[in-house]
Design a protein around this ligand. Structure first.
Ligand SMILES: [Zn+2]
Length: 237
């Protein structure tokens, strides 16, 4: 049973240099988001979309997890049954920090999906050119990232984890894509960490750390350890 649910967004990976569409100076300026991140854009020009994700995969290879990814991985490894890790991020930096069982609600760049049989498979940081489905051997494969206009099947898993949650920890999420304010109202205790304050979001959370994810990481870790030791009735360092 999960007692703590971590839900992270772009702000978790920003200190690692992962660019996003929403940041100023981000990808919005170089790409038309509807061309590369929507089902309509994909239907109109799949090659352009493949190239876009090839480039993002290549960029990801050179990025490194930061101390906030490491903090989440450390807690998850220590308390695997009491922590669920959900992320909106499509990078693999939590995994590279050693975190297991990450729920990627918007998919993950390092994996591809077969359009014939639905198999999801690891592909790494390479171009998807020439990739074949390991199950049915077709070359009809695509990025495993949820686009606008598509359903996100892992949301169901996220809500399942929230059912058991007593503490929700949101890191680096504006609440524009997933309604974290609404989620915070379901749980007894909640933490929000964003680099910028947003009074319309902050007021729904019991604790707010308005600073970068890496600055907030030691505070969040201390809070979670204290919460778990009280909740589970034991003291762990
Ligand atoms: Zn297949």
């Amino acid at each position: 049973m999960a007692k703590i649910v971590f839900l992270s967004g772009a702000g978790l990976s920003a200190p690692s240099g992962i660019r996003t569409f929403r940041d100023a100076g981000g990808m919005w300026e170089e790409y038309d988001v509807m061309e590369v991140c929507s089902t309509q854009g994909y239907a109109a020009n799949p090659q352009k979309v493949h190239k876009f994700y090839d480039m993002r995969r290549k960029e990801l290879a050179s990025k490194k997890p930061n101390s906030a990814h490491e903090m989440i991985a450390r807690l998850k490894n220590e308390f695997p049954d009491h922590i669920a890790v959900v992320t909106q991020n499509v990078d693999d930096l939590l995994e590279r920090a050693g975190c297991k069982d990450v729920i990627h609600v918007h998919g993950i760049l390092t994996h591809l999906r077969c359009l014939e049989c639905g198999t999801i498979f690891y592909h790494g940081y390479k171009s998807q050119e020439g990739a074949l489905c390991p199950a049915c051997k077709t070359s009809r494969v695509r990025h495993h990232v949820v686009m606008f206009g598509e359903s996100a099947p892992m949301y169901a898993k996220m809500y399942e984890e929230l059912d058991d949650a007593k503490l929700l920890v949101c890191i680096g999420t504006s609440g524009q894509v997933i309604n974290v304010a609404w989620m915070a109202s379901w749980v007894e205790d909640s933490i929000l960490n964003n680099i910028q304050s947003d009074p319309n979001l902050d007021r729904y959370f019991k604790h707010c750390f308005i600073m970068s994810a890496t600055e907030a990481a030691p505070k969040i870790e201390a809070y979670c350890r204290n919460f778990l030791s009280k909740e589970l009735g034991f003291d762990k360092k």
